[in-house]
Design a protein around this ligand. Structure first.
Ligand code: AMP
Length: 566
């Protein structure tokens, strides 16, 4: 192993191992995240063999956080953020208070001083951005109401954490840190305690940050991108998107002391207000996924498996606070706001984990001599175990909510509503393509069920009396609810061949005589989908070309319209 290229070694070994173990995990039908974390444990300092550079891995992970939050910001408007503030602010603060109190209790039980217990509890109270976003993205929930609440909740937690990180040094003396380094107060005003100055300066910085993003950022960022779009240079456009997301995040962290994640989120939100957002989001996707994987690897690297033997009970205690205490608090708060059980369960599950902020807080607490080392180890163990268990939690929720949602009268607007149709058609994806198919089916008098990820589309269809299920059609429960076994026709009208393939494979298995017609955009996709069992695959680009040729050379009147070549 060449020792002079630690950055390359860390990226390469991290990605290769994460890929290998992620693929194995996937094979075993557990979340690939578990594989990524284990890859981190393997290359971490606590296991024998190659040891990657921990500091570098943590920084690489931070890039993943930036790109992820940028992507979320793109789909989030200021309106969305404000629309959930009534529940997100009390929710996040309430949940943090409960978690901190529980953490304090555990700390006192372990014989730590008061200050240590508080910092420990705070560290257990913030959820990881990456884990939450990955969970929501995987289930196509980011655009739903519960997704918006969860993200708004996270933004509030982030803001509270920024405050906590800044105030901690100032408070260290009060909290009883021995020999704590002097608090980093920018200046002191005679007669006014340092804490008050720190607090005021921090709040002023956050306000300045938000104001600058909303006033300057809102004009400058879209203006730059529009200019670049008009150059018609794709590479430059990609670069512009990256430069904006990374640059704004870094600049904000430097200037305003807000987290990278928050800076990136606002940069994305501002960009998202122009129509360019979709393109911008697509440009960052591959990078974002690669760095998000490195995030999990870097978390795994911090973990020392020996703690499970050394301190099993405290580990269980910390884990219970993260997974049970926080969830229960979130569940009750969301229910108190009169949201449905399904919404409450999703939100509490997505927040029942801890991650990057907890590590930052733990490191700072240790440096200020506020936290014992044992606390940091417990936080790390709590993080890795709760992240590993998170996907299972979602599976559990699906189990809990499914039988209930099958009852037709419970008017949760987006629960599954299994169809009673037989010999019907199923339309997967109701966008530009699916809509036209739907019109055709209506004209032909064929009853159909729509499977769509967009909550808005499904809500609208249901209002029109069309049967529709909301979610990723590749989920077996959706196909089941559409009675794929009893259907006659399946139109797979989504643009992503990867997911289309999963739908086709399952549908074919459930119904050998089903007529499957799929959509593709490349020749390779046509072959892939046909190989998985599609009876016909229509390649969009070929049809467009054929229609364009017909436009130029219209067939003589009377001639039958030529069918396009297969
Ligand atoms: P269009 O490309 O305009 O035909 O839109 C495609 C439609 O398919 C959009 O409305 C998406 O929300 C929807 N869609 C994309 N992926 C999936 C999926 N995996 N399951 C169900 N619907 C999807």
């Amino acid at each position: 192993m060449p020792h002079h290229t630690p950055l390359i070694a860390t990226i390469v070994v991290g990605i290769v191992l994460a890929f290998a173990l992620g693929a194995i995990a996937n094979r075993l039908r557990i979340s690939p995240i578990v594989g990524y974390l284990l890859a981190g444990v393997l290359v971490g300092p606590h296991t024998p063999g190659f040891v990657a550079d921990q500091a570098l891995a943590a920084e690489l992970a931070e890039i993943g956080v930036i790109l992820l939050m940028f992507g979320v910001g793109l789909h989030f408007s200021l309106k969305d953020l404000l629309s959930v503030k009534a529940i997100a602010i009390p929710g996040a603060l309430g949940q943090m208070a409960v978690a901190t109190a529980l953490g304090l209790g555990l700390g006192l039980a372990l014989g730590w001083p008061l200050g240590a217990g508080i910092v420990f509890g705070l560290a257990l109270s913030v959820a990881s951005t990456v884990v939450l976003l990955r969970a929501l993205q995987e289930r196509h929930l980011l655009d739903s109401e519960r997704g918006r609440i969860a993200v708004g909740w996270l933004v509030v937690e982030d803001l509270a954490m920024v405050l906590a990180l800044v105030l901690l040094p100032a408070l260290a003396g009060v909290l009883g840190a021995e020999g704590a380094p002097k608090a980093a107060v920018p200046f002191t005003i005679p007669g006014i305690p340092d804490i008050a100055t720190s607090l005021a300066v921090t709040i002023a910085k956050i306000v300045a940050f938000v104001a600058m993003m909303l006033v300057v950022g809102r004009r400058v960022i879209p203006w730059v991108l529009h200019r670049i779009v008009h150059t018609g240079n794709r590479e430059l456009f990609r670069l512009a998107v990256l430069a904006i997301s990374l640059g704004v995040a870094y600049g904000c962290a430097l200037l305003f002391d807000v987290s990278f994640a928050l800076g990136a989120f606002f940069a994305g939100m501002i960009l998202g207000e122009s129509e360019l957002s979709q393109r911008a989001a697509d440009e960052t996707l591959p990078l974002r996924d690669a760095f998000a994987v490195l995030f999990f690897v870097s978390v795994g690297m911090l973990f020392d498996p020996a703690i499970l033997l050394r301190d099993p009970l405290p580990v269980l205690g910390a884990l219970a606070i993260v997974m049970l205490g926080k969830s229960a608090a979130a569940l009750l708060i969301v229910l108190a706001f009169r949201r449905s059980m399904a919404t409450a369960l999703t939100i509490s599950a997505s927040l029942a984990q801890i991650g990057e902020f907890s590590f930052i807080l733990a490191t700072l607490g240790l440096a200020l001599k506020l936290l014992p080392e044992q606390a940091r180890d417990l936080i790390l163990a709590g993080a890795i175990l709760s992240i590993m268990a998170n996907p299972a939690l979602f599976v559990l929720i699906d189990r809990i909510t499914r039988p209930k949602s099958a009852a037709p009268a419970v008017a949760e607007p987006l629960s599954l509503r299994p169809t009673t149709l037989q010999g019907h058609a199923i339309v997967v994806g109701y966008g530009r393509v699916g809509r036209v198919i739907g019109e055709g089916l209506r004209r032909a008098g064929v009853p159909f069920v729509v499977l769509e990820t967009s909550v808005d589309v499904v809500t609208k269809l249901r209002a029109e009396g069309v049967e529709a299920q909301c979610g990723n059609a590749a989920e077996p429960t959706l196909l089941e609810a559409a009675n794929v076994a009893g259907a006659r026709l399946l139109f797979v009208a989504i643009p992503i061949a990867f997911e289309a393939g999963q739908v086709i494979e399952q549908a074919r298995r459930a119904n050998p005589t089903l007529s499957i017609i799929a959509r593709a955009h490349f020749d390779a996709e046509v072959a892939h989908l046909a190989g998985l069992g599609a009876n016909a695959v229509v390649m969009g680009e070929r049809e467009i070309a054929a229609a364009m040729v017909r436009e130029a050379f219209p067939p003589p009147p009377g001639a039958a319209t030529a069918a396009s070549a297969p």
